[in-house]
Design a protein around this ligand. Structure first.
Ligand SMILES: [Zn+2]
Length: 292
């Protein structure tokens, strides 16, 4: 073999290695509550360290380049957003555009009035729980996620999409920061991808809940479970059962509420499902089975 051919072979092998490293990305939606995929300068072997609004951002090898996979908070304003990128030779600013998106309104009636207008005692409990919930959703683990494309955690129709602007018993409340999947109580809830259980609890609004950390600031939260079948520290493989669908917390009936947090921003879980699975998402909040 002559030397140029050997070089060509080496180049081909390197290209193949890079191509093999290119795993699928989530669906891109650079809107509030969505995900931006931002190419990063430099193609070094070492992963750049990226921050958005002071928080570490997931970086992903995409063929020959690195990309940042950025969660955009629902409260973000459309316009130019800035990443701070450290590739080892100083911090550079990389801009990306956040486009506007208007989410539908949903009106729900909750029979348990305390779940809409909590007492002073309830509020104390809620504040205590919020601290734990926020910490679990903001958790950073250096390990890279096994995959950025998830399986649906339960089989069932998507009943309430992410982002709905909500009114409970006529009162404006926080927007729907997850995706609801309708399923009978007792249906097994499975890890949509591998992860580490970082927290479990029984909360005022969220009911019985499991937090699953997929790595690099990508965290799933599963709410309203009737039964929790894991403990903090458990390492779950994709598809492993973590609990059962229930109706604990603020609900109108049994269903799974699934939140996905990325760099501490709540984003649309449907963006992490394969396109055909995400297609069942209703576009309006006036579906037949509105849930929490
Ligand atoms: Zn929900």
């Amino acid at each position: 073999m002559t030397e140029p051919r050997a070089l060509a072979w080496t180049a081909a092998l390197l290209l193949a290695a890079f191509a093999a490293a290119a795993a699928p990305l989530p669906q891109e939606a650079p809107v509030p509550g969505g995900v931006a995929v931002v190419p990063l300068p430099g193609a070094g072997a070492a992963a750049p360290v990226v921050r958005f609004r002071g928080k570490r951002v997931l970086v992903h090898r995409d063929g020959m380049r690195w990309v940042a996979v950025v969660g955009i908070p629902l409260a973000a304003r459309p316009g130019t957003a800035v990443l701070e990128v450290d590739s080892g030779s100083g911090v550079r600013r990389v801009e990306f555009a956040v486009r506007p998106r208007r989410y539908a309104v949903q009106r729900l009636t909750i029979k348990d009035r305390r779940k809409v207008e909590p007492t002073a005692e309830d509020l104390k409990r809620i504040r205590r729980e919020q601290k734990r919930i926020r910490a679990a959703l903001a958790h950073w683990r250096e390990a890279r996620p096994e995959s950025l494309v998830f399986d649906r955690p339960v089989n069932g129709p998507l009943s309430s999409p992410f982002g709905l602007r909500r009114f409970f018993n006529g009162k404006p409340r926080r927007p729907h920061s997850g995706l609801d999947i309708a399923a009978p109580a007792g249906t097994p809830v499975r890890a949509p991808a591998a992860g580490v259980v970082t927290e479990t609890g029984d909360y005022f609004f969220n009911g019985r809940t499991v937090f699953l950390d997929h790595g690099q600031g990508l965290v799933s939260m599963f709410c309203h479970l009737s039964r929790i079948r894991v403990r903090p520290g458990d390492v779950l493989a994709r598809g492993q059962v973590l609990g059962e669908v229930g109706a604990t917390g603020r609900v109108t009936g049994p269903h799974l509420h699934w939140t996905v947090s990325l760099n501490d921003a709540r984003v649309d879980p449907a963006l992490f499902l394969p396109r055909k699975q995400a297609a069942g998402t209703p576009t309006s909040g006036r579906g037949p089975a509105p849930r929490r």
